[in-house]
Write a protein that binds this ligand. Structure first.
Ligand code: DGY
Length: 326
């Protein structure tokens, strides 16, 4: 029997290759640290049956039409804004993804950024590296406390739930959220209150973004929104950089419209080293490491490999974005 060929577009956890090879698939793996160039990805994908990709790969309409023979594409991430889903569905290509795998890991980064930003941790650490640790300073670089503050979550889904739990447990924070539909579990477990977007931004002491990047959420945190947030508010984004307008965020912090920001995602990625956010006292930036734990990344690899194997062996994709593609 001819082996099905799977293209892995990045160096993924070894588990992905191991599961696929053990199940009899031929793995063609890109072995460079940087993402596979677009044209190269098309060229190699044209001789493969399935694609195992991630958020750094542009799987747009042109790609899909040039690779419409692909039987299945699976995304090593929970977000899939890099994939033209409607086109894939039209072409009958199922798109797999990795929901839940990184809930704990990403919520940890959101929670960590919230504390780090409130206490200026990255900036203060940089001062030590710059040889600027003078002496104990009774009035210098004072931060904020989080106990009893209001946490506003945009997109209270799987990751937002874990963040809410952390914040409720550690600081007894009041949880507000804005979602299309109610999250009854969060209301019952954490006393979370669903509010409209305007109330969320006006009332919250910490805004934590956990929604998907869609045409509706792209750039939603802009000047007009930052203007309406509390001047003591923290803005935390671990979802997608495209959800905030970075120029407006810089201006809002410089102008004192909001207090600070903790970002694991930027716009664009990678962030340029001369970005003014990196020198700000009340800003902490990380290079998109929300899911970067051994547990989460192995689970993401397992889900991707399982999607492909189940597709060929059982005709179904257990973690699927577009079931209507079948
Ligand atoms: C995701 O899963 O979408 C994260 O951004 C990367 O793991």
């Amino acid at each position: 029997m001819i082996k099905k060929k799977v293209l892995l577009t990045r160096i993924f956890p070894k588990l992905a290759t191991q599961l696929l090879e053990d199940a009899g698939y031929e793995v063609i793996a890109w072995d460079q640290e940087q993402p596979m160039p677009y044209d190269e990805m098309i060229k190699v994908a044209q001789s493969c049956n399935a694609l195992f990709c991630t958020l750094t790969d542009k799987i747009d309409v042109a790609f899909l039409n040039r690779c419409s023979h692909l039987n299945i594409i699976t995304q090593f991430a929970v977000g899939y804004d890099n994939i033209a889903i409607a086109e894939a569905t039209k072409l009958g290509i199922p798109i797999g993804y990795a929901p839940n795998a990184m809930n704990e890991a990403t919520a940890d980064i959101a929670f960590g950024l919230m504390i780090a930003t409130a206490r200026k941790m990255f900036f203060m650490n940089q001062k030590i590296k710059n040889g600027q640790w003078g002496s104990f300073d009774p009035v210098g670089h004072l931060g904020l406390e989080l106990k009893g503050k209001k946490l506003g979550i945009l997109g209270l889904g799987r990751i937002g739930m874990v963040m809410a739990k952390r914040c409720k447990g550690a600081y007894d924070m009041e949880i507000l959220y804005h979602n299309r539909s109610s999250n009854e579990k969060a209301e019952k477990e954490f006393g979370a209150k669903r509010v409209d977007f305007d109330t969320l931004i006006a009332k919250s002491d910490v805004i934590s973004v956990h929604c998907a990047l869609t045409p509706e959420t792209r750039g939603i945190f802009n000047k007009s929104v930052f203007d309406r947030m509390k001047s003591t508010a923290l803005f935390i984004n671990t979802a997608r950089g495209g959800i905030h307008n970075e120029g407006d965020l810089i201006h809002a912090i410089q102008n004192g419209d909001i207090w600070g920001a903790g970002l694991d995602v930027t716009n664009p990625e990678p962030m340029k080293p001369d970005n003014p956010l990196l020198t700000m006292e009340n800003v902490c930036v990380l290079p998109h490491i929300g899911s970067a734990t051994i547990t989460a990344r192995n689970e993401m690899a397992r889900m991707g490999a399982t999607n492909i194997i189940s597709f060929y062996e059982e005709g179904k994709v257990p973690y699927i974005v577009n079931p209507e593609a079948f």
